[in-house]
Write a protein that binds this ligand. Structure first.
Ligand SMILES: NC(=O)c1ccc[n+]([C@@H]2O[C@H](COP(=O)([O-])OP(=O)(O)OC[C@H]3O[C@@H](n4cnc5c(N)ncnc54)[C@H](O)[C@@H]3O)[C@@H](O)[C@H]2O)c1
Length: 394
């Protein structure tokens, strides 16, 4: 038995990402004791995974109050996050909240304030920016912070998906009232920004953005829709779109304490209408001694670019990936690890932190990091409206 096995998880939500949480927790040996969703879905998911406590009718309060739950995983749509997070914290539960932490910075500030008010007795809180836990991202971070790449000059990259390419593709994320005012940038762009911020060891201080809605009008199926659902043959109705399909964002990062990244310039292209790109988070990070290139769709390889030596491909689990990330990779080189493994590593980091009594600075994104991402989104939206650089609040 390790300390993780005594911790028990309750999951709010039963959609696309909830089973990713359940599966990863099971792989770590964490007990999943409760599930909450619509009455039909909660019962179905509980039966599928053998989860003993079932809370239908979206009764998240009952789940948070269960004595069988130590850590609450919030995997409901964005608009429910802050209310559910505040309630879970008030019950003294540790929380893993899906990104984004909330719909507005005003709301997410409440979570940061609630934790602060609890002082030394505060539970552990994390926002699920799990891309931090791809071994290649941890490796890039170690190389940047050791100075292997020299002083970082700039970062360029993208996060592209194509699942909302057709005007008939629909999800609650398309509606500002349910997903937030920023869609592509808020939903996937913040993964890119958080990952780069994590690698550099500093936060974005100002932004300049241009956002576009390609499909000004879309059609949606009548009735509920699951994430990544194919709507072929469904009865449809038209609606005006109030979120962006794609955007270009310039970011200026602040000074990192390790001294190898100061005022780094980054530019990212974010799109959910990029044909053929399923889930491509990619970056090219350039320093005075070398560069690194990575794509989430080939997550086990990190490309190192050098001027005076041949370029190299570093493979997870093989020489080139250093020992200090060994705790976040379970299988040998050549045995691919990917999206679900990064979730598993994020939960391992979180549960080990809880088991240690919350001591030390965690690697995972905190409530403050989640709040910062929402502040960034608001600055990006404002910049796109004003057509100029906007400072991100500190
Ligand atoms: N970190 C990641 O890699 C990642 C990936 C996908 C989604 N997400 C995040 O996870 C969240 C859910 O996304 P999804 O793609 O699973 O959506 P989804 O629509 O597939 O699932 C949402 C689920 O929540 C349930 N639900 C709706 N309202 C609820 C409420 N008030 N209380 C409890 N349950 C409720 C729905 O019935 C559904 O089962 C979003 O915030 C999204 O941004 C994160």
């Amino acid at each position: 038995m390790t300390a993780l096995h005594s911790l028990r998880a309750g999951i709010i939500g039963t959609g696309f990402i909830a089973p990713v949480h359940i599966e990863a927790l099971r792989r770590l040996g964490v007990q999943v004791t409760a599930i909450c969703g619509s009455s039909a879905n909660a019962a179905k998911v509980a039966a599928q995974w053998g989860i003993p406590e079932v809370y239908g009718n979206y009764d998240y309060r009952a789940l948070c109050q269960s004595p069988q739950v130590d850590v609450v995983h919030i995997t409901s749509p964005n608009q429910a996050h802050v209310e559910q997070a505040l309630f879970a914290l008030a019950q003294g539960r540790h929380v893993l909240c899906e990104k984004p932490l909330g719909m507005t910075a005003r709301d997410t500030a409440q979570v940061v304030a609630a934790l602060k008010a609890m002082g030394r007795r505060q539970p552990v809180f994390s926002v699920n920016y799990m891309c931090r836990f791809f071994p290649a991202i941890l490796q890039a971070r170690a190389m940047v912070q050791r100075g292997d790449l020299g002083r970082i000059i700039q970062v360029q990259g993208h996060f592209f998906q194509d699942w909302l390419l057709e005007p008939t593709d629909f999800n609650w994320r398309v509606l500002a009232s349910e997903g937030g005012k920023l869609r592509a940038v808020g939903d996937i762009g913040t993964h890119w920004i958080d990952a780069i911020s994590f690698i550099l060891g500093s936060r974005a201080q100002s932004v300049f953005a241009h956002l576009e809605t390609f499909h000004k009008t879309r059609q949606r199926p009548v009735g509920a829709v699951q994430t990544f659902q194919n709507n072929a043959g469904a009865k449809m109705r038209s609606y005006r779109v109030d979120t962006e399909d794609f955007g270009s964002v310039l970011l200026r990062f602040g000074r990192a304490s390790h001294g190898f990244a100061d005022a780094v310039h980054a530019n990212a292209s974010i799109s959910q209408v990029a044909a053929g790109h399923k889930c491509s988070l990619s970056f090219n990070l350039q320093g005075t001694k070398g560069s690194l290139q990575w794509d989430l769709q080939q997550p086990n390889e990190l490309h190192l670019g050098l001027r005076h030596e041949p370029n190299r491909v570093l493979h997870r689990g093989a020489p080139g990936f250093s020992e200090d990330i060994a705790g976040y990779s379970d299988y040998p080189a050549g045995h691919a690890e990917g999206f679900s493994d990064a979730h598993k590593m994020q939960y391992r980091a979180l549960y080990e932190h809880i088991a240690r009594g919350g001591r030390g600075k965690p690697l995972f994104a905190t409530a403050a990091d989640g709040h910062h991402e929402v502040q960034l989104c608001e600055a990006i939206l404002q910049s796109s409206k004003l057509g100029r650089w906007v400072k991100v609040p500190k």
